[in-house]
Design a protein around this ligand. Structure first.
Ligand code: BT5
Length: 323
């Protein structure tokens, strides 16, 4: 009911009398008042003027599910959204929900995380009300070794959403960093639950610094607001992100991993560069010339030897003619 009342307010954009509202929704004036009170508690500014009625003045800067679902029109992504003011990590919540049988497309969002994490349990800074910190449950029919494709898919989805909503030139640094002007504005993480020959589920995590100020982030990081020079609507970006995840997931199912890899390559700022990678404590240097169908980075060392890097960290990246 709350969602319906809100929809009505948004569509009318003018004063609506309490009488009209309670008649339209078939509820008592008292029940109506309670819903309006609850909306106000969520941060919606709704004024009440005698003889004129109620009017929605402003929407809170929160990633409320009822805002995200507004005109979302996805088939399965975000049909159910769990929202928290603060959690340890949205990954933990989504992993638990998935273990309990939570369906594909469930999304967990938090305004802040006390123990947000990156790969290898690294800390993810999650300043409150500033970024997007979300996790999604996916149940793809893939083998465990194919799971990195989900990281790629989420990177593509996030890049497309940022391009669409913020119109910034975004690039992906292998394997999972979202980069603008050489600074990290977001990252992707995929955690899997699998047996030898079967993935039960993947929990994908996306963190994006949206309206975050640089002084609350680690060195080398930035936010969309800092790079764009203006405030960004987090709800709009989240909606676009969920749509892009769904679109790419459907395409992945129809066309296979190569479709996602090709898209990822178009965003890549790694390919064609001379890179230094740390992989399993080994330092490898060479030209990043391609990624394999499973997401492994293909490096050509100066000796001509080709190295396939399944997991690792790029610590240096420069143009090919630089040694
Ligand atoms: C990542 O890991 O880049 C994946 C980050 C995924 C975060 C999301 S938020 C929602 C969901 N819930 C979670 O708990 N996690 C996911 P990695 O490639 O390992 O990069 C981690 C490194 O990035 C850290 O060691 C820092 O150097 C840096 N870093 C930490 N917080 C950052 C931030 N907010 N912005 C940019 N860089 C950051």
């Amino acid at each position: 009911m709350q969602e319906k009342i809100l929809k009505f307010f948004k569509e009318k954009e003018e004063y609506i009398s309490g009488e009209e509202l309670s008649e339209y929704f078939g509820i008592s004036r008292q029940a109506l008042w309670k819903h309006i009170h609850n909306l106000r508690d969520l941060g919606y500014e709704i004024v009440a003027v005698p003889h004129r009625g109620y009017k929605l003045i402003s929407i809170p800067d929160r990633l409320l599910p009822l805002e995200i679902r507004w005109q979302l029109s996805t088939k399965f992504v975000g049909k159910k959204i769990y929202y928290f003011d603060s959690v340890s990590s949205t990954q933990d919540v989504a992993l638990r929900l998935a273990e309990e049988g939570g369906m594909e497309g469930i999304v967990v969002i938090a305004e802040t995380q006390r123990k947000g994490r990156g790969r290898m349990k690294r800390f993810w800074f999650s300043p409150k009300f500033k970024g997007i910190y979300l996790s999604i449950i996916l149940r793809p029919h893939i083998l465990p070794q194919q799971a990195p494709i989900i990281t790629f898919l989420l990177c593509v989805a996030a890049s497309e959403a940022i391009k669409e909503v913020v119109a910034l030139d975004i690039g992906i640094k292998w394997p999972n960093d979202l980069i603008i002007n050489n600074k990290k504005v977001g990252g992707v993480l995929a955690e899997i639950n699998a047996e030898m020959d079967q993935v039960h589920f993947v929990v994908g995590g996306i963190g994006v610094n949206v309206n975050t100020t640089i002084d609350t982030l680690p060195l080398g990081a930035s936010s969309l607001k800092e790079e764009k020079g203006e405030y960004i609507n987090r709800v709009e970006l989240t909606r676009s992100l969920l749509r892009k995840i769904e679109e790419n997931y459907f395409e992945f199912k129809r066309k296979g991993a190569s479709y996602i890899i090709e898209k990822w390559k178009n965003f890549s700022i790694t390919l064609g560069k001379r890179v230094t990678v740390i992989s399993h404590k080994e330092k490898i240097e060479g030209k990043a010339y391609n990624v394999d169908i499973d997401g492994a980075l293909l490096l050509k060392e100066d000796s001509g030897k080709v190295r396939r890097i399944v997991s690792g960290e790029i610590i240096r990246c420069r143009n090919v003619n630089h040694k």
